[in-house]
Design a protein around this ligand. Structure first.
Ligand SMILES: NC(=O)C1=CN([C@@H]2O[C@H](COP(=O)(O)OP(=O)(O)OC[C@H]3O[C@@H](n4cnc5c(N)ncnc54)[C@H](OP(=O)(O)O)[C@@H]3O)[C@@H](O)[C@H]2O)C=CC1
Ligand SMILES: O=C(CO)COP(=O)(O)O
Length: 316
């Protein structure tokens, strides 16, 4: 819808016939965006080859852990010269790879034909044309500029960036921090706790990013602080919501069912922590979230675990 509103000729590929027909004929997607009118020019089909034919730009928006398996069969149909755009905010569990790396590998594309879009971009608000901005990152300035031109509209403002590593890590790790904020809110804790988790969460994101070669300026930007704020503040965020359910005492399975949709931080928390271990970076909030979600740590032990660590200077 963003691309169509920006003037692009857009075809969608989906795997469900009824959803594709609903989008093309009724300009609605009631399951994912109830009540939202989609641009009438949007058309959708389950025929991937037909949708990909002649495309200049291919935007990919599916759950991170399904990207490789979904894209590999499409490699032969991927249009020569087209740019792939990753909208995913996760890290592949089996390989600890960022999504632009998975996309490039699955489609056999060079880095300069891959871009990443990430920022404070909650889907429903965008679908309602509420103003927001985003970051378009690519190792190629030409590719980033092409994607930015394609998606810019009266309600959607893209900024280009060459720091793909930083932008992608911001998008993946903020989901883990939003889970921690949700857990604290589910336990009835207030704004001091929320601000502490967000601020120290940004420190974790920055530390990991710098160790992996990201640029410092990315972290206070839209993909970093911007998306962290949106996701941790919004009751619509799936990661935030799932954290609230856990904080209120649900098991992980109960919380996944109650939340619905994809909460990327659940799986990516593990791959992010593995990445941190691989470069010797300490991520106490991420580690505590992994322990609550996957290792049986009771939610009431999360805060004592974090606050009981040895005291230290703030900028370490
Ligand atoms: N929603 C949001 O506000 C934002 C999401 N993102 C990121 O975009 C990515 C996709 O998220 P989102 O769109 O919310 O995810 P959803 O869970 O809403 O799924 C989106 C699409 O992925 C398809 N899908 C689901 N599971 C699979 C699978 N196993 N294999 C292939 N396709 C599948 C769905 O198809 P079907 O209907 O047939 O199941 C649907 O068309 C995530 O990485 C997320 O972090 C980024 C910014 C904002
Ligand atoms: O990434 C998002 C907003 O920028 C969406 O967050 P959730 O995946 O938690 O819903």
């Amino acid at each position: 819808a963003v691309l169509a509103d920006a003037g692009c000729d857009v075809a969608l590929w989906g795997r469900t016939t009824a959803t594709c027909e609903e989008i093309t004929l009724k300009h609605r997607n009631e399951r994912y965006l109830p009540g939202v009118d989609l641009p009438p020019a949007l058309r959708a089909s389950t025929d991937a080859s037909a949708v990909l034919e002649g495309a200049d730009l291919v935007a990919i928006a599916i759950p991170s852990q399904s990207v490789r398996a979904t894209l590999e069969p499409l490699r032969a149909a991927f249009p020569a010269g087209a740019v792939a755009v990753s909208l995913m905010k996760g890290v592949e569990l089996a390989t600890d790879r960022r999504m632009s790396q998975v996309v490039a590998e699955a489609l056999a594309l060079p880095d300069d034909r891959v871009a990443v879009v990430s920022g404070p971009n909650l889907a429903r608000e965008i679908a309602e044309h509420q103003p927001t901005a985003t970051v378009v990152a690519s190792t190629s300035p030409e590719t980033a500029a092409l994607v930015a031109r394609a998606c810019a509209s009266a309600y959607f403002r893209p900024y280009t960036n060459d720091d793909v590593v930083g932008v992608e890590l911001c998008g993946a790790v903020k989901n883990v921090i939003a889970l921690a904020v949700g857990i604290s809110q589910g336990r009835g804790l207030g704004y001091n706790t929320m601000a502490t988790v967000i601020t120290r969460g940004l420190v974790e994101i920055t530390r990991l990013g710098l160790a992996l070669g990201a640029q410092p300026a990315t972290f206070p930007g839209l993909a970093g602080m911007g998306d962290l704020m949106a996701t941790c503040a919004s009751p619509d965020s799936r990661n935030h919501k799932l954290g609230v359910h856990l904080g209120q005492g649900m098991t992980l399975n109960e919380a996944l069912t109650a939340t619905g949709g994809t909460a990327e931080g659940v799986k990516s928390s593990r791959s992010v922590l593995e990445l941190a271990h691989s470069v010797g970076v300490e991520m106490p909030i991420t580690s505590a979230v992994v322990q609550v979600l996957h290792e049986g740590l009771p939610v009431e032990d999360l805060a004592p675990l974090l606050l009981g660590r040895p005291h230290k200077a703030e900028r370490v």
